[in-house]
Design a protein around this ligand. Structure first.
Ligand SMILES: Nc1nc2c(c(=O)[nH]1)N[C@H]1C(S)=C(S)[C@@H](COP(=O)(O)O)O[C@H]1N2
Ligand SMILES: [Mo]
Length: 419
């Protein structure tokens, strides 16, 4: 079993490699206990082998989450992947949304006084700290958008990129409610001239003695995108935002990869340049295999066109010959979804699927379905989406050092046994 290489996502003191899977359970328990014991204020994480951590060594999941819904890639910070068959819906229930932390979450105490959570705002004519109570009086909007980790699909690359080996489940479609960034900027007198980026900073506390620039979650995006679609959100799926997903306040960038959706946001600043934090400068950059990250490479901003099958799946076991339904999800960060085709013979022949349910806007995913009457045997189900700009999901993804942005339809397929 391949063991993940150390990664730029796991170079923090919060990630320690787990013992090899060959180690005995007792050995692993001792290792875990020792690590937790030694932690004393610091924390321990076990990064995982490709099929997730052993059940025995997993700590309690964040409040309200059920172990059976997830593949556990690491524990502290949490990297929890939603199982493919759980993504079979228009809105992903909050307790089934994947969790990905680069750092351990802040103390849950921050949720006790949500209204007092304070956001520093800079790069505007009248910069000042604004409380969540104040933000709630400045405007309100609800947006459906796909939250997807840049590394979703990493496990399908064959060069074994470092980082969590996500399959399809580092993604969810959720409703965000908050105040548009543009309303906040207007309330504070508008942007000061010359700003090209919007830089958002996460509110986790960082360990003493470490270079904060190497650890902090601080992301910059083009200012036009931020002013058009950025949202300071305090609700997910009509409930107060929980800690795992960034409560009390999160900067949401519909259409952009997960990392730009900064949790526990404590500062937003309109800036002339991009953040000098490592997560912006050299991490989350698409580059050829073997190259190091640098700021002249494309940053993980807009998501590409993508779809995958959610049912039937291999995990659901064999299905009976006769009538069934192929289902899945499709989205694109750049243009609304136009159509989805499904193939039950590995891409030799294609049939149009029906888009199911209401269109929740350009940043949400569409669910699709196609009636299917399979004969007994083994079938290879694949799907491919087309967006309204004419972009078609490619057969193969572009291999890249960190295994980002995999949207190849072939690797996203499922093989099902029909009895
Ligand atoms: N403050 C903060 N924001 C963050 C992160 C983080 O570690 N800290 N992780 C980012 C990454 S890489 C992803 S994929 C998403 C995951 O969001 P979720 O845990 O709500 O699924 O949050 C992003 N925003
Ligand atoms: Mo991510």
């Amino acid at each position: 079993m391949a063991h993940p290489k150390p990664s730029e996502e796991s170079l923090s003191p919060f990630h320690a490699s787990a013992p090899k899977r060959a180690a005995s359970h007792e050995g692993r328990r001792q290792f875990l206990r020792a690590s937790l014991g030694a932690a004393a204020g610091a924390v321990f994480a076990a990064s995982c082998a490709k099929d997730g951590l052993d059940t025995e060594v997993i700590l309690d999941l964040p409040e309200g989450l059920d172990r059976s819904d997830f593949l556990v890639h690491s524990t502290n910070p949490w990297c929890l992947e939603t199982k493919r068959e759980r993504l079979d819906g228009l809105i992903t229930p909050t307790d089934q949304v994947f969790v990905r932390g680069n750092l351990p979450a802040p103390d849950p105490g921050v949720l006790k006084a949500r209204g007092q959570w304070t956001l520093n705002v800079a790069g505007v004519k009248n910069p000042r700290p604004v409380t969540l109570d104040e933000l709630q009086a400045m405007g309100r909007q609800t947006v459906a958008s796909v939250l997807q980790c840049s590394g979703n699909g990493r496990n399908f690359f064959t060069h074994e990129p470092s980082g969590s080996p996500w399959g399809v489940g580092a993604a969810a479609n959720v409703l965000w409610t908050g105040v548009p960034l543009r309303a906040l900027v207007e309330a504070l007198g508008g942007l000061t001239p010359g700003q090209k980026f919007l830089t958002a900073t996460g509110g986790e506390s960082l360990p003493e003695g470490m270079d904060p620039k190497k650890l902090m979650v601080e992301r910059s995006i083009p200012i036009e995108k931020a002013m058009a679609d950025g949202l300071l959100a305090w609700q997910m799926n009509s409930e107060p935002l929980d800690l795992a997903h960034g409560g009390p306040l999160r900067f949401v960038v519909p259409g952009f990869y997960g990392v730009n959706n900064v949790k526990y946001v404590k500062q937003i600043a309109a800036t002339v340049g991009e953040s000098d934090a490592k997560i912006q400068v050299s991490s989350y950059r698409v580059r050829p295999i073997g190259e190091s990250g640098s700021s002249d490479q494309p940053s993980m901003w807009a998501m590409n066109t993508k779809s995958w099958i959610t049912g039937p799946t291999e995990a659901q076991g064999g299905i009976q010959a006769g009538e069934t339904m192929v289902t899945g999800v499709a989205f694109s960060g750049e243009a609304p979804i136009d159509s989805v085709e499904v193939s039950a013979d590995g891409g030799a022949t294609w049939t149009s699927a029906d888009l199911v349910g209401p269109d929740l806007g350009p940043f949400a995913w569409r669910t699709f379905a196609m009636p299917w009457k399979p004969a007994a045997g083994t079938h290879s189900l694949v799907c491919r989406a087309k967006d309204k700009s004419g972009t078609v999901q490619p057969e193969n993804a572009l291999p890249n050092e960190r295994g980002y942005a995999h949207n190849g339809w072939r690797d996203h397929g499922v093989t099902v046994q029909v009895g």
